[in-house]
Design a protein around this ligand. Structure first.
Ligand SMILES: Nc1ncnc2c1ncn2[C@@H]1O[C@H](COP(=O)(O)OP(=O)(O)O)[C@@H](O)[C@H]1O
Ligand SMILES: [Mg+2]
Length: 276
């Protein structure tokens, strides 16, 4: 289990905490989303999950290992895979497949297993067709997928994605996320997906909303997506489907409550129409 216990963090030389008394737990295999606007503390929180930053107050335990203890860090970083927004800092090798293999070679795994893991990871992010290409020729979105593949191949227990699919177009984003979740579910890897877009939390099991370094709401997407005052108060925008459903309701169209996927909205409209 990954446990964040009442952490606060103040960057050196500042006096306003970037995180304040944040607590949550992630079980193996879970898919949770952390949503917050720019500057709400998402990346600061992400950096705490594998010990890149140490809390000013509180603690973070990864399968019982405290991130504040230097001697735990190698083990913790094997357990917690992290992908950030900027893929250029995460790419090293001359070809796509060598780049994914890099970390595995450092672990001293047998060549057969390396080949297998590289192939599965490239498949999971739909980059298999580009395996022999040099990474510098890839688009921003492709580089982000490559960075993802490199971390997936390491098979961490917890995967932290900090706006790691931001350069993909919306359709590719949904598709890659589905593949990635399938990969992680099969292997029992927990996914901690960090984003500033409410839409992206819809498929997660649980979500947390951050505002100015504090967790202001937690629950399932179904519980939180219609808390429109809190969502806009946090500086976020509700999913388009939710805003649209609310707009239609205000115009007197009798939609059932709690619609939050496009499929549900389409289905509800279709049913209304077929009743006429
Ligand atoms: N290296 C840093 N030094 C000082 N303040 C920082 C640093 N990095 C981030 N901050 C501040 O901490 C707050 C949270 O930032 P961040 O975690 O990057 O938010 P987010 O990822 O949600 O955009 C912001 O007010 C930001 O200005
Ligand atoms: Mg950030």
């Amino acid at each position: 289990m990954l446990e964040v216990q009442g952490i606060s963090y103040v960057y050196p030389g500042t006096d306003k905490p970037a995180l304040e008394n944040v607590s949550f737990k992630v079980e193996p295999g879970e898919f949770i989303t952390i949503v917050g606007p720019n500057g709400s503390g998402k990346s600061t929180l992400a950096r705490h999950l594998n010990g890149l930053l140490k809390p000013t107050k509180g603690r973070v335990l990864v399968d019982g290992l405290d991130t504040a203890r230097e001697e735990n860090l190698i083990d913790i970083r094997r357990r917690v895979g992290m992908v950030f927004q900027d893929p250029d800092n995460q790419i090293i090798a001359a070809t796509v497949e060598d780049d994914v293999a890099f970390g595995l070679e450092n672990l001293g795994l047998p060549p057969g297993e390396i080949r297998q893991r590289v192939a599965a990871a490239l498949e999971a992010v739909k980059l298999a067709g580009l395996r022999s290409r040099p990474p510098y020729g890839l688009s921003g979105g492709q580089k982000q997928r490559l960075a993802l593949a490199g971390v997936l191949a390491m098979q961490p227990r917890y995967l932290v994605l900090d706006e790691a699919t931001s350069m993909l177009d919306p359709l590719a984003r949904v598709e890659i996320l589905q593949h990635l979740l399938h990969f992680c579910r099969e292997r029992g890897i927990a996914v901690i997906f960090i984003t500033h877009m409410m839409e992206e939390a819809i498929k997660s099991e649980r979500m947390l909303i951050l505002k100015e370094g504090k967790v202001i709401l937690t629950g399932t997407p179904a519980q939180l997506m219609y808390k429109l005052n809190e969502i806009t108060g946090a500086g976020l925008r509700p999913p388009v489907t939710v805003a649209l459903s609310e707009g239609l309701r205000q115009k007197g169209i009798k939609l059932p409550p709690k619609i939050f996927t496009l499929e549900e909205l389409a289905h509800a409209l279709w049913r209304l129409n077929s009743k006429k």
